[in-house]
Write a protein that binds this ligand. Structure first.
Ligand code: OOG
Ligand code: MG
Length: 235
């Protein structure tokens, strides 16, 4: 039978981003404000843990931002995990692809951060398109003290502690060799999506290590050498 010309070739990733955009539009319609974006799978450790092989991005809203001092209740989550990250605050609109040389000039500040990921898929088992449609498992984030981005970020020790014990050890070099590259990647993904990221936005660079499950009553801390630490208590 002659193939129908009415059917376009499958575009699973493009369709998944369209689903993500639809879900984010619903959040905005409920009154949530955009605060920035997150990258996923910028480190080998995360790709291996989740069995995928490409970088992805999702969108953050103010409803996802946790206060550092406040205890986070887990009731609203399904099976949350936490992972150590670096967060950038942008100084200027990102309205086109940046090079690594440009990227530094677009950063106002940098901070140690943690992302709480959660997934609609059982056991976090998903394809790349599945997880993109689920807004890249974005559930919540907590950002530590901001520093000026005036020193090299490429190889800082990263430690994720749970209840005072080191659960994961890594380095910022795990994030694309240098977390600044996350900015370069973000600028390219935004350009592909035809989006401008306004100055004052957050960019979560992606986890430096694999994620750890969160349990009620635990206390989690991430230290990034030279950038300080960020803590979260779980109710
Ligand atoms: C997807 C999100 C990946 C990261 O930092 O690499 C991510 C997941 O692991 O469920 O946020
Ligand atoms: Mg993450």
């Amino acid at each position: 039978m002659k193939p129908s010309t009415r059917w376009a070739a499958p575009r699973p990733i493009e369709d998944a981003y369209a689903i993500q955009a639809g879900a984010i539009a619903l959040r905005h319609a409920r009154g949530e404000q955009p605060i920035g974006i997150k990258l996923g799978f910028t480190s080998r450790a995360k790709m291996v843990q989740m069995g995928v092989d490409s970088l992805i991005w999702g969108q953050l809203t103010n409803a996802m931002l946790c206060e550092e001092g406040a205890a986070l209740a887990l009731d609203a989550f399904i099976h949350p995990r936490i992972e150590p990250e670096v967060c950038f605050l942008t100084a200027r609109d990102i309205a086109g692809p940046l090079t690594l040389l440009d990227a530094g000039g677009f950063i106002e500040a940098v901070a140690p951060a943690m992302e709480i990921i959660d997934s609609r898929y059982r056991n976090f088992k998903f394809s790349l398109a599945d997880v993109v449609a689920d807004n890249c498992s974005s559930a919540a984030l907590v950002v530590g003290p901001w520093s000026r981005p005036d020193s090299a970020l490429a190889n800082r020790g990263v430690q994720l502690e749970i209840d005072g014990r080191a659960a994961r050890l890594g380095t910022t070099a795990a994030i694309l060799g240098n977390p600044l590259r996350a900015l370069v990647q973000a600028s390219q993904l935004l350009a592909q999506a035809g989006m401008v990221l306004p100055a004052g936005s957050l960019i979560m660079a992606g986890a430096a290590t694999a994620a750890e499950p969160l349990r009620p009553g635990c206390h989690v801390r991430t230290r990034v050498s030279g950038l300080g630490q960020v803590e979260l208590s779980i109710r």
